[in-house]
Design a protein around this ligand. Structure first.
Ligand SMILES: Nc1nc2c(ncn2[C@@H]2O[C@H](COP(=O)(O)OP(=O)(O)O)[C@@H](O)[C@H]2O)c(=O)[nH]1
Ligand SMILES: [Mg+2]
Length: 319
């Protein structure tokens, strides 16, 4: 791809052309050589979207909530990008199918772009390229980006490094008692949603969250709001949108948005460096064959791995 072609592609993405955006996301997911050039060009035009992450157990209603929130934002003429991260496994086929059907409902509206992506074994609740996909959607001019995480484990806290606002969804019953949720996931919530509050026990869940909140103050002194919703009926959605705005106002008033972004980028840059260095090392110096030989030598105790790594890194740095 030459420069002109790249520029045309970038222009079309910035104009929000669906096919250009879709092609960009596929390129990013597949890690093509072009995608890096594309991301370099797109980054300048990103950073304007509000990025909102939603996490919670499978079946808690993340997709339904995302769908309702998208409708709410569309009512106010905001354009919306949706990224639904699916675990790469056959047993979730049903959930993915359900999402597909919901997605089709928005098909006629060019103000919404929906993409589901697979984790491909990447841990942390997101796919490896979710952040880059979000950058592309951001550059395509979407006002709001909603990210639905996998929702399988309780260790999926990567979303906080990507989103401005993180929403943790709980439901009454279903063993989703606040006590049974790992501290990690409770701590990342800027807003709690108690979805399926048409069921019994929503008030009890709210009480439990309040009790937990009284025990520990967050570093940024924000007291996460709690919103009860019935996503299937659209109940509580305007209240949720208001809670999101309130937190964003808090972020801005306290100068926290930039602070948060800086600490997120610090981690992401390190991650990108790690990946890039390893890639270059294996491409330029450490072939698969060589690695196999080293592994045998270490396994047979003919070589110690500490000196080996020192040597490999030392040689690489000198180059
Ligand atoms: N009763 C009730 N059911 C809901 C509510 N929200 C979602 N559901 C249902 O719960 C199921 C799982 O929802 P889904 O959005 O796919 O959950 P996800 O796996 O977290 O994305 C679906 O059958 C929804 O229709 C709610 O507020 N009340
Ligand atoms: Mg879902």
């Amino acid at each position: 791809m030459n420069n002109d072609e790249l520029q045309t592609w970038v222009d079309r993405i910035r104009a929000g052309e669906v096919r250009a955006v879709a092609r960009a996301i596929s390129a990013i997911e597949n890690g093509t050589a072009e995608s890096v050039e594309l991301l370099k060009a797109l980054f300048t035009f990103s950073g304007k979207a509000r990025v909102i992450g939603l996490t919670g157990s499978p079946g808690s209603g993340k997709s339904t909530l995302v769908d309702q929130l998208a409708r709410e934002y569309r009512k106010h003429d905001n354009t919306v990008g949706i990224v639904a991260v699916d675990p790469t496994s056959p047993y979730t086929g049903g959930a993915i199918l359900g999402d597909r059907i919901r997605m089709q409902a928005h098909h006629a509206d060019t103000g919404i772009y929906i993409r589901s992506m697979a984790t491909r074994g990447f841990l942390g609740g997101l796919a490896r390229t979710t952040a880059d996909v979000s950058t592309a959607l951001d550059a395509s001019g979407k006002d709001v980006i909603l990210i639905e995480t996998v929702g399988v484990g309780q260790d999926e806290i990567d979303i906080v490094r990507l989103a401005d606002v993180t929403i943790v969804i709980l439901v009454p019953g279903m063993g989703d008692d606040v006590q049974s949720i790992k501290a990690g996931i409770m701590e990342i919530a800027d807003i709690f949603v108690i979805n399926k509050s048409d069921r019994e026990g929503a008030d009890r869940v709210e009480k439990e969250i309040r009790a937990m909140q009284s025990l520990a103050m967050r570093e940024d002194k924000w007291n996460p709001s709690i919103v009860q919703t019935v996503a299937t009926e659209g109940k509580g959605i305007p209240e949720l949108a208001a809670a999101i705005e309130e937190y964003e106002r808090y972020l801005d008033k306290q100068g926290l948005r930039l602070k948060k972004k800086i600490s997120n980028w610090r981690e992401r840059i390190v991650e990108m460096l790690r990946e890039s260095l390893l890639q270059r090392l294996t491409r330029e110096q450490l072939s698969d064959e060589q690695l196999k030989t080293y592994a045998s030598e270490v396994a047979e105790h003919r070589r110690d791995p500490y000196t080996l790594v020192d040597e490999i890194v030392g040689n690489f740095v000198k180059k």
